[in-house]
Ligand binder design. Structure first.
Ligand SMILES: CCCCC/C=C/C(=O)SCCNC(=O)CCNC(=O)[C@H](O)C(C)(C)COP(=O)(O)OP(=O)(O)OC[C@H]1O[C@@H](n2cnc3c(N)ncnc32)[C@H](O)[C@@H]1OP(=O)(O)O
Ligand SMILES: Cc1cc2nc3c(=O)[nH]c(=O)nc-3n(C[C@H](O)[C@H](O)[C@H](O)COP(=O)(O)OP(=O)(O)OC[C@H]3O[C@@H](n4cnc5c(N)ncnc54)[C@H](O)[C@@H]3O)c2cc1C
Length: 652
């Protein structure tokens, strides 16, 4: 029945103030207020309708996205929205579009790499969307290996094919282009250039440039709203001052001048985007978990007591699959908040030419991007399975959420390639201990290596696993011992690069262990701070323990093979985990209500706030164009003759 809250009984059971938790999830009361207002603005405007996407052809889909993006821009201007409000509005429109790359990569690259003079020229055009930009780095033959990009930009003292860039295919008028800078016959490696690729008069592609869309991508709707493009340059010419020259210059005479900064600063935008992808992981995972949790509370199957079947959310297997994902969503939220702080700090330091935390920022953004996107992609798929058959319907919102999310494991750096970067960072940290260099930041625990190598886990009863210090030390010991073991095995190779490649699978596992430690540590740190709200901190402590103990359970091989814990202590961790699931159970629906997602944003019949699933599933089915007629197209050509023939055969 419409208007009835079929989940009221669940909401009445919760043991904390959900409105207070909404503030914690949003990060502040102000952030909550902006998000709440923007999500409702989008949800209540039919122009942002998205329930028809799966029925559109690729061209209709793309044009619909252009329409929405233009309408959103008009609303932003009309309502004089702030940068924060505009960002949240675009987030709740929930459609990959060229604007993601314009605002998410093109503008940040200009801001990070341009000189003051270049910013004064290009930023006003970009902010007013008088030009639309994309980020053209990946080529057909090279994406991960940036140093081997083949596009060249040769300085002509007298007077340069890209693949994938989002927004490039049909929309962008300009591109940040990565090319090898060659001047005076010498190759100075990859640099960033701004290149106009289309006319601002009639949008025609400029001479010497070939541009197109790379074709249909994974899944219906999903990322096909985005015009990922292909572009070929054939000896085009751009002015020297379109080399972005904040960190290196080419003089009028063609002389290359590199300021005294690490060459990796040209990768700064990738670090920035990887940081944002971690918060995006918590957004995407929380959305899937919200759908699966509400539906698990609605769905009843087997186990009937006095004629009423059991809610599937009460099955221990359902809880052991769902609640770790709920805990992960919160865990990724808080590590994402910390990563934002780290990024801001490193940016401030760079402004003062302090490059000391650049390696830490690279390792943390690379590693956390890698493990949060992998866990989120797997988690969205698990949420689909948690919803049984109905999870496979597009009206569940889960197939499209999965299809639009999974490329996050690849874009902005393939996850394995990025974990190898973390591994290099860890091996370097361990090797520097010998020379007395004190590890700082997220590797500070390595400074207590002697203790960590000799330490024994203090757990004697299940409740001991609720002690944050015991949990933290277990994760530190596991990570330190895995890194040290890798460093030891590596030292047996005369050729370190060969050893690194040979041992890379184990090095990747050590990198994962280090990054999971960071997530656990930042969740614990969050809870040591002031957490306002009735019952809120208690719930978050439970979720922190669930994240940690589920991660320990999932990587038990590491913890046992490094003798970090004993099998008995592993068994006690499982006992504690089950107890935590039982404690979270009455709060599960309220914990996902705290994400404050509108039904419009969730785009899911199964995840409706009112839990009124079945009537709406049924109604949704009839909306499918397949049901426009009772007799399907093709009956007269292919079914009727078949039936007639069979009938004749049966009378012979
Ligand atoms: C809103 C979301 C939209 C998403 C749309 C998608 C957009 C895209 O996908 S854009 C294209 C993204 N492409 C990538 O992410 C490429 C991934 N590859 C790389 O980042 C690099 O090629 C690399 C890091 C894998 C290797 O870089 P390379 O220059 O070859 O460096 P080395 O491995 O030799 O390391 C040298 C040295 O530099 C340090 N370092 C590497 N990257 C960074 C960085 N970003 N910041 C700071 N430092 C960096 C590295 O740690 C080494 O340090 P030392 O060991 O101390 O020498
Ligand atoms: C949806 C989407 C949007 C994108 N948008 C953009 C964009 O806007 N701009 C842009 O420039 N690019 C964009 N990209 C491209 C993206 O950045 C690259 O695809 C990504 O960086 C991975 O690089 P690759 O494709 O070369 O993968 P590869 O590196 O070729 O990966 C293939 C396999 O090789 C493995 N591998 C590679 N190197 C190593 C190594 N050294 N050791 C061990 N294993 C290795 C990888 O782990 C992977 O399993 C986008 C991609 C997608 C899917």
């Amino acid at each position: 029945m419409e208007g009835v809250d079929h989940l009221a009984h669940e909401r009445n059971r919760s043991q904390f103030d959900v409105n207070d938790m909404k503030i914690v999830w949003a990060g502040s009361r102000e952030a909550f207020e902006v998000s709440d207002r923007m999500s409702r603005l989008v949800a209540n405007d039919p122009a942002f309708r998205k329930d028809n996407r799966v029925h559109l052809t690729r061209k209709e889909l793309f044009k619909n996205t252009l329409r929405k993006a233009a309408y959103a821009w008009k609303k932003i201007i009309e309502l004089k929205l702030s940068e924060e409000e505009a960002g949240r509005l675009r987030f709740f429109v929930d459609e990959p579009a060229y604007t993601d790359l314009h605002w998410g990569m093109f503008v940040p690259f200009l801001k990070g790499q341009g000189t003051e003079e270049q910013l004064q020229k290009w930023l006003p055009l970009a902010y007013k969307m008088q030009i639309i930009g994309c980020y053209a780095q990946t080529e057909l033959g090279h994406g991960s290996n940036v140093q081997w990009l083949e596009t060249t930009a040769t300085f002509d003292p007298k007077t340069d094919e890209f693949w994938w860039p989002g927004g490039l295919g049909k929309v962008s008028t300009h591109a940040v282009v990565f090319a090898r800078l060659i001047t005076n016959g010498r190759d100075y490696g990859v640099h960033g250039f701004i290149v106009q690729i289309r006319s601002l008069d009639d949008h025609s592609v400029l001479p010497g440039i070939t541009i197109g869309d790379i074709g249909v991508k994974f899944g219906n709707g999903a990322y096909n709203t985005m015009d990922n493009g292909v572009m070929h340059f054939d000896h085009i010419r751009i002015p020297r001052n379109q080399l972005l020259m904040r960190f290196s210059q080419v003089t009028r005479e063609g002389k290359y001048v590199q300021s005294d900064v690490p060459r990796q600063l040209v990768y700064g935008t990738m670090v920035y985007v990887r940081k944002t992808i971690v918060i995006d992981a918590s957004n995407a995972l929380s959305r899937a978990v919200c759908i699966a949790t509400r539906y698990s509370a609605v769905r009843r199957q087997f186990g009937s007591q006095d004629g009423v079947e059991t809610q599937v959310i009460n099955y221990k297997t359902q809880q052991s699959r769902l609640f770790p994902l709920l805990a992960s969503a919160y865990a990724f939220r808080f590590v994402g908040e910390w990563l934002q702080w780290l990024y801001t700090d490193v940016t401030q330091r760079l402004a003062a030419n302090d490059f000391s935390t650049l390696p830490e920022a690279h390792a943390c953004t690379a590693g956390l991007k890698s493990i949060t996107t992998a866990a989120t992609a797997d988690g969205i798929e698990e949420c689909r399975k948690l919803c049984g058959g109905h999870g496979y319907l597009c009206s569940s919102g889960l197939p499209e959420l999965f299809a639009v999310y999974v490329p996050a494991c690849t874009y902005e750096g393939d996850n394995v390639v990025l974990l190898l970067q973390v591994a290099r960072f860890l091996v370097k940290t361990v090797s520097q201990l010998v020379s007395g260099k004190k590890p700082v930041g997220t590797t500070a625990y390595m400074g207590r290596l002697q203790h960590l190598m000799e330490s024994t886990c203090k757990v004697q009863k299940a409740e001991d696993w609720l002690n944050p210090s015991i949990v933290l030390e277990a994760f530190e010991v596991r990570s330190a011992r895995m890194s040290v073991e890798c460093a030891k095995r590596l030292s047996q190779f005369t050729n370190q690069e060969e050893g690194f490649h040979e041992l890379s699978p184990s090095l990747v596992e050590a990198a994962v262990a280090h990054c999971q430690l960071i997530i656990v540590a930042k969740f614990i740190e969050k809870l040591q701070g002031d957490i306002p709200g009735n019952g809120v901190k208690d719930q978050l402590q439970k979720l922190c323990s669930i994240y940690a103990l589920f991660t320990l359970h999932k990587h038990l091989g590491d913890f046992l093979s490094t003798s970090t814990i004993t099998p008995k202590q592993a068994s006690l961790a499982d006992d504690q985990l089950r107890s935590l699931y039982a404690q979270v159970r009455p709060n599960a629906v309220a914990l996902v209500d705290a994400f404050n997602y509108t039904d419009h944003y969730l785009g899911s019949i199964l995840g409706r706030y009112d839990g009124n699933v079945y009537p709406n599933l049924y109604d949704e089915a009839w909306k499918d164009p397949m049901n426009d007629t009772a007799v399907p197209d093709g009956y007269h050509e292919y079914i009727k003759p078949l039936l007639k023939q069979q009938l004749r055969n049966s009378r012979l």
